[in-house]
Design a binder for this molecule. Structure first.
Ligand code: MIG
Length: 665
């Protein structure tokens, strides 16, 4: 059951699609402290708290404090409290289980047994929000109700489930062609090459640098014939430059965010000074969304939306202030105070909280200060595009994922988890985030495989790919200045070929399970505790997951490890895949096992009575054969519901997309 309470006068976020009658009585499960305005809930020793979508730390969120405050911060270390998204939904797994959704677009703090170990508190900057309380018999049942409340998740085209190669940046069409040739010559699967900011002309959205990409449409067409799509990045800020149509139109139509006095608010990002489109303004949204047609018309079928927290390198206003103070400091003998003042001044230039309080949106004629709705900015940039795709390409799915997000955006696109690092700990963080993202409606998800910042190593990349073969978005991306991260840049090209080949073999399964999660409001990545509810042991397992209905995974995430311990909550069949067409099977009893895993193989476990479809290896999704084989763990019988469609149209609900597979022994 879902109950809704309205506190104050909330901003309409459009996170929710069902209309729920407001209750007036006392809020169950949470106490609202009239003096502090905090929502408070006692926690018992054994209670577990799941959720909060994209955030750091574990699957069980207990023991730390988290914030919803979309931030561009590339160091996802344990002490941080927020990442790029704001996903205010969690479930308390206690004797009575309940879910909480705080529909509030400003900064919120969730203290989950951090200040006081037995207390969960939620605080907000002001008391204007909708609060939803959901109860049910199990965590999965609560999640399902929540997902119904927020509406059906975005569906990506099938080609987007193939392997994607990215880099900041492939600088010209020659480099792009080389990447594709290297993949094809090495017989490594590839469906997409990503174009980072340098494809643009001076980092201007909806432009193409004609010197480096003289014929983008031609390139897109040529590559598509090889089964490869180009996916360009779009940034939130619009460059201030006379003669640049997007800038001039935006100014003429008043579609940019304003400062206190009603002038366009100037900030600095990649192109230098930019204006921020007012994505909270419906007309501005329509206008910006239409701009994507510039690339759609050139045969582009996918996008990634970046810097939409929005990330601010600086604001003109704050920069003036910083330089003035630095001039004063220049004359000083810098000591402990003045030295640190100087350092903090400089460090505080980017993504400055004060800047977020200095600009305004126009929402139906009302002036709204940015920090009040900060967490909705990336959501509405992406929604602008999603709504435009519906108008421009109503019958075709377009790939899109965003960096920043709020619940509600899951209906328009997926997300990638931003600037992680080539660290083993971030491989594990990637795994832990998957279930909580699913809880919040984000199904088309993936991390920068191999790590974005810092230098990856062959073993880290191989191990990371061994998790990545299971995530809907499987993209290898790395930062400017780091070691090249394309598979063919390492010694053991063969290992990469086999792991990526296995992705294509698993694709019918990954796609089916993803579509089930979308169409049935279910999760694709589940902590073991969500399914094996009677098994006390699994409550603490945070490095194994169920992927869909048939399998469990337990990736290796430790440097130099040649295997790991795996706990089986029931008898399962281990599959050791050497390549798409070659594997070993072994039935293992419930309990603890040490499982060796070579760098060039993928190990997973089939649950009893389950099966999964397996395709033949292919170099891209367009070239996949429809014929399937099945891997099963049938004692007597195993069943599977297979979902298949054309991969690009939108009639997902067709009966004929479903097929029942039965294996009997
Ligand atoms: O401040 O476009 O997260 O994927 O490569 C960096 C350059 C800006 C951040 C994105 C990253 C991308 C990078 N962008």
């Amino acid at each position: 059951m879902i109950r809704k309470y309205r506190i104050g006068t909330p901003f309409e976020t459009e996170a929710v699609v069902l209309s729920i009658k407001e209750e007036t009585g006392e809020i169950p499960y949470l106490d609202r402290n009239e003096t502090t305005g905090m929502l408070v809930c006692p926690l018992k020793k054994e209670d577990i708290v799941y959720g909060l979508g994209q955030n750091i730390r574990g699957i069980n969120k207990r023991g730390f404090v988290y914030e919803s405050n979309c931030s561009d911060d590339p160091l996802h270390t344990e002490g941080k409290r927020s990442l790029y998204g704001a996903h205010n939904f969690f479930v308390v797994d206690s004797d009575e289980k309940f879910g909480v959704f705080l529909d509030y677009p400003g900064k919120a703090v969730f203290d989950i047994g951090f200040t006081k170990t037995d207390l969960l508190t939620i605080s907000t900057e002001d008391e204007n929000y909708d609060l939803y309380l959901i109860d049910g018999a199990s965590v999965t049942q609560i999640v399902k109700q929540f997902r119904e409340l927020i509406g059906r998740s975005y569906v990506a085209p099938m080609w987007a489930f193939g392997y994607g190669q990215s880099r900041w940046s492939y600088n010209d069409e020659k480099e792009v062609r080389e990447v594709v040739e290297n993949f094809r010559n090495n017989k490594i699967g590839l469906d997409a090459v990503y174009l980072d900011i340098d494809y643009m002309e001076r980092y201007k959205d909806f432009t193409v640098n004609r010197e480096t990409f003289p014929d983008l449409a031609g390139l897109a067409k040529e590559l598509k014939e090889k089964g490869v799509r180009l996916v360009p990045i779009i940034d939130a800020g619009v460059k201030i430059e006379e003669g640049y149509d997007v800038y001039e139109e935006g100014v003429a139509k008043d579609y940019f965010c304003k400062d206190e006095d009603g002038n366009n608010f100037t900030v600095g990002v990649w192109p230098g000074k930019v204006y921020l489109p007012d994505f909270l303004n419906k007309e501005a949204r329509e206008w910006f969304g239409e701009k994507y047609s510039f690339l759609l018309e050139q045969g582009i079928e996918g996008f990634w939306n970046d810097m939409n927290e929005p990330a601010l390198f600086y604001s003109e206003k704050n920069l003036d202030h910083v330089f003035a103070r630095l001039d004063e400091l220049r004359k000083k003998n810098l000591d402990i105070h003045s030295y640190f003042e100087m350092m903090d001044l400089v460090k505080g230039i980017s993504n400055n909280e004060e800047d977020y309080r200095s600009f305004y949106h126009n929402v139906n004629g009302k002036k709204i200060r940015h920090d009040k709705i900060h967490n909705l900015y990336g959501y509405n940039m992406t929604r602008a595009a999603g709504e435009a795709f519906e108008r421009l390409m109503p019958d075709k799915r377009i790939l899109m994922f965003s960096r920043s997000s709020y619940i509600g955006m899951h209906r328009y696109s997926g997300i990638w988890t931003g600037d992680n690092q080539s660290w083993w700990s971030h491989l594990l963080l990637n795994l832990k985030m998957l279930p909580s993202l699913n809880m919040c409606g984000f199904l088309f998800i993936g991390a920068d495989i191999g790590g974005f910042g810092d230098n990856t190593s062959q073993d880290l990349l191989l191990r990371w790919l061994s998790l990545g073969v299971f995530t809907p978005l499987m993209r290898n991306h790395s930062a400017l200045g780091t070691r090249r991260q394309e598979p063919y840049c390492f010694d053991d090209t063969d290992a990469f070929r086999r792991l990526i080949g296995i992705r294509y073999a698993l694709l019918p399964y990954i796609y089916s399970e993803y579509m089930k999660a979308v169409l049935r409001n279910e999760m694709m990545f589940l902590p073991l505790a969500f399914v094996y509810t009677e098994d006390k042991r699994v409550k603490e397992i945070e490095d194994q997951l169920l992927v869909g209905d048939s399998i469990m995974i337990a990736p290796v995430y430790t440097q130099n490890a040649t295997g790991r311990y795996v706990y089986l909550p029931e008898e399962m069949k281990l599959i050791r895949m050497h390549s798409a067409g070659e594997w070993e099977e072994e039935i293992l009893p419930a309990g603890d096992h040490y499982i060796s895993v070579e760098l060039d193989e993928i190990v997973f476990f089939i649950r009893k009575g389950k099966l999964l479809p397996l395709a033949k290896e292919a170099d891209c999704v367009d070239h996949m054969e429809s014929q399937l084989t099945y891997l099963d763990f049938a004692d007597k019988k195993a069943e599977y519901e297979l979902y298949r469609d054309d991969g690009f149209s939108k009639d997902y609900d067709k009966e004929t997309n479903w097929q029942k597979i039965v294996v009997e022994k």
